[in-house]
Design a protein around this ligand. Structure first.
Ligand code: COA
Ligand code: ZN
Length: 327
């Protein structure tokens, strides 16, 4: 089986866009975004056609106060039939809360870096795995889908590179539990395109039946390049965040995810099908600064799409006359 799907042949290839701004984005925000605004934001994202939306996280409200309203948000959003509503869950307690709130999919998280796992989740990796194995069993019993997000796959800000054999060891252990989806997370923007291509191709070759998602942060400006490298290796699911918000509060130097509207814009130009209405997405992104009280990284929200043309200068006719007179 070939693992190469030339990125330059995008015509009609489906790419699933998974929005994580409400979780990976808002978890970092200092000011609390009112519950009603989170719900409205999620509804607008559903209307824009996102394949999956990570609505919130069922974490400890002391650890992540910005998302302490998880139950209300998850219960009160309007659900679109084409969208999967997922939530990040760190432990059994979180899984019970998520299932009670009618979450479609539990997104479990642990880090392939022992140091980051301890800093972020306060557990040794074996403790995390044992706890997540219980969550997987609970979800399977309740008939709720499960995805596992592995942090620091492309490098840890405290440990450096994590060997690919370690990463794949964790993938195998979750696959053995019957987990159908794995997200390979570049938690702090350490991934680079050739590394992404190699690791993505190898993962897809080893586990062709697993649904892999790639999760990049644009911390070092390589976000879009990494998305294209992953597509070239056959990936078709990406996490991205509205406006480019995001970052892990327990990972030093973490900053925004790849920006949803920038990725949708680039992929649309290249002929990929994302199912997302770019115009609607940009309108929602442009509402973010008012909601969170600061500017957003998104370049598309500022510049507009490529063919959002500008008027010619006011004195254009006079310029033409002068040019013609000189000819
Ligand atoms: N939902 C609600 N409350 C939770 C909870 C959950 N999923 N998990 C733990 N708690 C509560 C406990 O009840 C306890 O509350 P108390 O102090 O009132 O008794 C408190 O949180 C501490 O619980 P403990 O089991 O000792 O956990 P901890 O302090 O070791 O924290 C985590 C472990 C993982 C639950 C917590 O650190 C967390 O939620 N972190 C968030 C990680 C995250 O989302 N990072 C960014 C995304 S990658
Ligand atoms: Zn992230």
């Amino acid at each position: 089986m070939s693992t190469s799907h030339s990125v330059w042949q995008g015509a009609n290839r489906r790419i699933h866009m998974q929005e994580v701004g409400l979780r990976d984005g808002l978890q970092m925000e200092k000011s609390f975004v009112p519950t009603a605004d989170k719900i409205a934001l999620c509804n607008a994202l559903s209307a824009a056609g996102l394949a999956k939306i990570e609505v919130t996280s069922f974490t400890s409200p002391t650890a992540i106060p910005a998302l302490k309203d998880a139950e209300v948000v998850m219960r009160e959003i309007t659900r679109s039939p084409g969208t999967v509503y997922t939530a990040l869950v760190p432990n059994l307690r979180g899984a019970e809360r998520a299932i009670e709130s009618r979450t479609n999919e539990l997104n479990l998280v642990m880090s392939v870096s022992a140091t980051h796992n301890l800093a972020n989740l306060r557990m040794m990796q074996e403790q995390s795995f044992a706890s997540l194995a219980q969550v997987v069993a609970l979800a399977q019993g309740a008939n709720v889908a499960v995805n596992v997000s592995l942090s620091c796959v492309f490098g840890c800000p405290m440990e450096g590179d994590v060997p690919q054999s370690d990463v794949f060891g964790w993938v195998q252990r979750f696959v053995d539990l019957g987990v159908p989806g794995i997200t390979l997370c570049d938690t702090t923007g350490m991934a680079y395109p050739t590394q992404v291509h190699k690791l993505t191709a190898a993962a897809r070759a080893l586990w062709p039946a697993v649904e892999f998602t790639l999760h990049f942060h644009n911390t070092r400006g390589m976000g879009l390049a990494n998305v294209l490298a992953a597509i070239d290796a056959g990936a078709d699911r990406f996490d991205a965040s509205l406006g480019g918000l995001g970052g892990c509060p327990y990972a030093p130097g973490a900053s925004g995810n790849v920006c949803s509207e920038e990725i949708v814009h680039a992929l649309a130009l290249m002929g990929y099908e994302t199912g997302v209405d770019l115009g609607q997405l940009v309108v929602v992104a442009q509402q973010l600064p008012a909601l969170i009280g600061h500017d957003i990284p998104s370049q598309i929200a500022k510049a507009g799409p490529r063919l959002a043309l500008h008027p010619v200068p006011a004195d254009f006719e006079a310029i033409r006359e002068r040019a013609l007179a000189r000819s």
